[in-house]
Design a protein around this ligand. Structure first.
Ligand code: SAM
Ligand code: DTB
Ligand code: SF4
Length: 313
């Protein structure tokens, strides 16, 4: 599936047929019980120069999220160790940067990646735009994947962010790929876009060579003080359709049911798993916003008969 017409055709199938096809394809490429748990940590929060209209951490909006300095390596080690104990297999670290500056801060990020790898977890970071040299150094440190979302369609992008363009984002994705790092790239639903915009985002992702290894599908967490604070919640069946269409377009990818799960019923989350989602963000906090806690997710996995994990053991 490459073109908008390809994605539209699938997206508009009767829902049971769409879900059946997505799950059938998923079973050919994945163990359907294998839902990856990724923990998130904001290692440098707030004060970001970019004006992303959804973000709690942009310095352009009064959101009440204070800017903090870059976390220490010891703190990251503690949090990653705890996340592993709780059952996470991937640890993702984010910074409220437009781009990393070379020097001691970037060197510390490289050390953070090494610490996570030493704990035998997959390591992912999201640091904003990268140069080829920075991508190469992250690869050398053992980085598994780089998260850099395209967020929405090319045409809707300027309504959401004005301090960079969709092509700036794609340039970084290419630098990441040249360095041999897997790409984690997806978007956010519920920012005033149409269903067609969502499919156009998938078309953009399908043009990446190779396609993303993981695709986070976030539902907007509305943040007071941002231009999107009053955005309407995503229609649940539209989310399920998009998850299934993403699965069908990207058979081998991890499709990650990302931000916004704390406002989803257990049944909706289960439907997303049936439609091809095979990863979640895990732990009681995303970067700044709440997420279901590890105990709730353990209970959900148990209720669904998915391989159990015991948070806290
Ligand atoms: N500053 C870096 C960047 O923008 O690439 C990394 C951190 S940024 C917070 C990572 C991603 O989180 C964004 O690309 C966006 O997709 C997602 N995100 C941020 N705020 C969100 C919100 N309120 N709701 C849903 N997703 C959000
Ligand atoms: C992604 O796609 N979603 C995560 C991760 N990549 C970095 C971030 C979600 C952030 C939700 C809002 C917040 O916590 O501030
Ligand atoms: Fe900054 Fe990233 Fe938030 Fe945009 S999404 S304001 S770049 S932290």
């Amino acid at each position: 599936m490459k073109t908008l017409a390809d994605f539209e055709r699938v997206y508009r199938l009767p829902l049971p047929e769409l879900i059946f096809r997505a799950l059938d394809l998923q079973r050919r490429h994945h163990d359907v019980g294998d839902i990856q748990r990724c923990a998130l940590l904001s290692v440098k929060t707030g004060g970001c120069p970019e004006d992303c209209g959804y973000c709690a951490q942009s310095a352009h909006f009064k959101t009440g999220v204070p800017a903090t300095p870059l976390m220490s390596l010891d703190e990251v080690r503690d949090k990653a160790t705890r996340a592993k104990e709780l059952g996470a297999t991937r640890f993702c670290m984010g910074t409220a940067w437009r781009e990393p500056k070379d020097g001691p801060q970037f060197d510390r990020i490289l050390d953070m990646v090494r610490v996570v790898r030493e704990l035998d977890m997959e390591a992912c970071v999201t640091l904003g735009m990268l140069t080829d040299d920075q991508a190469r150094r992250l690869a050398e440190a053992g980085l598994t994947a780089y998260n850099h979302n395209l967020d929405t369609s090319r045409r809707h992008y300027p309504n959401i962010v004005t301090t960079r363009t969709c092509d700036d984002r794609i340039r970084t994705l290419h630098a990441v790929q040249r360095a041999g790092i897997s790409v984690c790239c997806g978007g956010i639903l519920g920012m005033g876009e149409t269903e067609e915009d969502r499919l156009m985002l998938l078309v953009e992702l399908a043009q990446l060579e190779p396609p993303p290894e993981s695709i986070p599908i976030n539902c907007l967490v509305p943040i007071a003080g941002t231009p999107l604070e009053n955005a309407a919640p995503v229609e649940p069946f539209e989310l399920v359709r998009l998850v299934a269409t993403t699965r069908l377009g990207f058979p081998t990818a991890r499709v990650r049911l990302s931000a916004g799960r704390d406002r989803m019923s257990r049944e909706l989350q289960a439907l997303c798993f049936l439609a091809g989602a095979n990863s979640i963000f895990f732990g009681d906090k995303l970067l700044t916003a709440p997420n279901p806690d590890a105990g709730e997710d353990a209970a959900l996995f148990r209720a669904l008969g998915l391989p159990e994990f015991s948070p806290g053991s």
